[in-house]
Design a protein around this ligand. Structure first.
Ligand code: ZN
Length: 240
């Protein structure tokens, strides 16, 4: 705990929950432990996850202003997300252009885990009607005014958009942070129009780098925020 305090990472409440994929309880023995957080492998479906993990209330605190401007972004959040706006928007613009090759025309775009809404800005500039959902109240309320009103604060599961509404749903660097990625994917599928595009970017624990690094893999270094590690093989969208 002292190590976490030194790095200004909040030490918050934890909970044990069943596996979101198959419902199995976590095993007693972890595969390894990162910063006092056990990483376990589900005995039934094999998904790797953090257990015990931070509670929803603790996660609300965790994604505060200090997450987006962090003194040690390897251990927590971003060095300066808002200050890096130009670079982030350039990356998002390139991804958006790749997806637009498939969608042909602009329609409705939902970004899940939209942070400060930078993708929403790019999509809006390209003619899309946009919406976002963001767990971090700090990020959502500090989004640029042009898109702030388009962002719902909270979880995707709480969001009340109608079904069959969106042409594109993007989950970029989101599912590993999700408290229930399976339910989020099911909700995203309902929100998408038939024939819509789901775009997912997720760290792959089956990649050669992850397998070579083992417990030292960078994505395991943030067990407060990265809750699930799973391979996403059958995406109907694109993985950039
Ligand atoms: Zn499982």
């Amino acid at each position: 705990m002292k190590e976490l305090e030194k790095q200004k990472i909040p030490c918050l409440d934890r909970e044990i929950v069943a596996c979101c994929v198959c419902g199995a309880e976590p095993p007693d023995v972890p595969e390894f432990v990162i910063q006092t957080f056990p990483i376990v492998r589900c005995p039934r479906c094999g998904v790797r996850r953090v257990s015990p993990r931070l509670t929803p209330g603790a996660l609300r605190q965790y994604y505060d202003a200090g997450y987006w401007k962090s003194p040690d972004s390897v251990m927590r959040g971003y060095f300066d997300y808002a200050g890096d706006e130009a670079n982030i928007r350039l990356t998002f613009k390139r991804r958006l252009q790749r997806i637009q090759r498939h969608t042909k025309s602009a329609g409705r775009w939902l970004d899940v885990g939209c942070a400060y809404g930078f993708l929403l800005l790019e999509a809006q500039n390209a003619g899309w009607e946009v919406g976002g959902v963001e767990w971090s109240e700090h990020a959502a309320t500090h989004a640029p005014e042009a898109v702030r009103a388009r962002i719902k604060v909270g979880s995707l599961l709480q969001a009340d958009w109608p079904e069959n509404h969106w042409d594109v749903v993007s989950l970029w660097d989101y599912l590993e942070h999700s408290q229930n990625p399976k339910a989020d994917l099911e909700k995203a599928a309902k929100l998408l129009k038939p024939g819509g595009w789901l775009s997912v970017i997720i760290p792959d624990p089956g990649s050669w780098l992850a397998r070579w690094m083992g417990a030292r893999w960078e994505e395991y270094k943030k067990p407060q925020e990265h809750l699930y590690f799973w391979r996403f093989r059958n995406s109907c969208g694109m993985i950039v």
